[in-house]
Design a protein around this ligand. Structure first.
Ligand code: ATP
Ligand code: TYD
Length: 250
């Protein structure tokens, strides 16, 4: 069982804006390493926030464990340290799924929508995953035409995104937090199962408290005070960690 195995880190496969992916002694499994870098606007705004990788890795682990309890298939296997998780290696579908319960961010800018407008049903948008193009909004027909995903894959990621969104709305509601929107990446494992990959953290979700204050990366997008960003991420971790002990060994 992979859960009980100790994996060795081999070559660095990829270094992104927030994480590194490492190959391991097991071909179908990777180690995902969470960095302290924080970026916004596709890397236009960039800084380093001490312990950000530790906080995000720990927050993400709690969320993935919650999703597993609710039978949601994801790439997550286990956390193996303050900044590291073992995950299934996926062939990532180059289409990011954004699902919105309330209007905020780019959708307000694009259509001049009022911030906080509540969507009657969760609104799902697809973005072509290409940093050089700034991940543009894309329609299904183009995704199919260019074979970025098959019709079945699109149907399946849409279905899973709605289920995960509903689960995450319920998760945050327990803590009096409104889940505004979130971004998902899906991929195929070695057996061609489609599942959620990447991370779920305050980098990829907008979270508002009862007063409508942001408890997520918007504090960085819209401000300059890294201490404030840190205290928001720490607050989120403290809120959801309950008795879980933080892996903060270094
Ligand atoms: P991108 O713009 O491609 O999302 P990034 O630099 O913003 O990259 P990071 O979080 O730093 O994002 O990098 C993580 C990368 O690992 C992403 O490209 C993501 O698609 C990919 N990834 C996440 N989970 C897996 C997985 N299980 N298998 C393979 N690749 C994965
Ligand atoms: P969106 O409003 O489309 O973009 P922006 O953050 O530029 O205003 O973002 C919707 C949600 O998706 C938000 O919670 C942040 C998340 N997201 C990512 O995690 N990665 C991305 O590359 C983008 C564009 C958004």
């Amino acid at each position: 069982m992979i859960e009980n195995m100790e994996l060795e880190k081999f070559n660095k496969l990829y270094e992104g804006k927030a994480k590194e992916l490492w190959e391991t002694s097991e071909l179908n499994y990777l180690i995902s390493y969470y960095k302290d870098d924080i970026t916004a606007g596709n890397g236009e705004k960039k800084d380093t926030m001490l312990r950000k990788g530790i906080l995000n890795q720990n927050i993400c682990t709690i969320i993935y464990e919650y999703l597993h309890e609710h039978k949601v298939p994801t790439h997550f296997i286990k956390s193996i340290g303050p900044r590291e998780q073992v995950v299934k290696k996926l062939k990532i579908i180059p289409v990011e799924v954004i699902i919105r319960n309330y209007a905020a961010g780019s959708i307000c800018r694009r259509y001049n929508l009022p911030k906080g407008h509540k969507f009657k049903t969760p609104l799902l948008e697809l973005f072509y995953k290409d940093d050089s193009l700034n991940d543009p909004l894309v329609v299904k027909d183009l995704v199919l035409e260019m074979e970025w995903a098959t019709a079945y894959e699109l149907q399946e990621i849409t279905r899973q995104a709605h289920i995960i969104n509903q689960r995450m709305v319920e998760f945050w509601k327990q803590y009096g937090i409104t889940l505004v929107d979130q971004k998902f990446e899906f991929g195929l494992d070695n057996d061609l199962n489609i599942m959620l990959g990447d991370e779920i953290t305050p980098d990829t979700q907008r979270l508002w408290n009862k007063d409508g204050e942001s408890l997520d990366k918007d504090v960085f997008r819209e401000g300059d005070d890294l201490d404030e960003v840190h205290s928001v991420y720490q607050y989120i971790y403290d809120l959801i960690s309950k008795e879980t002990e933080m892996t903060d060994g270094c």
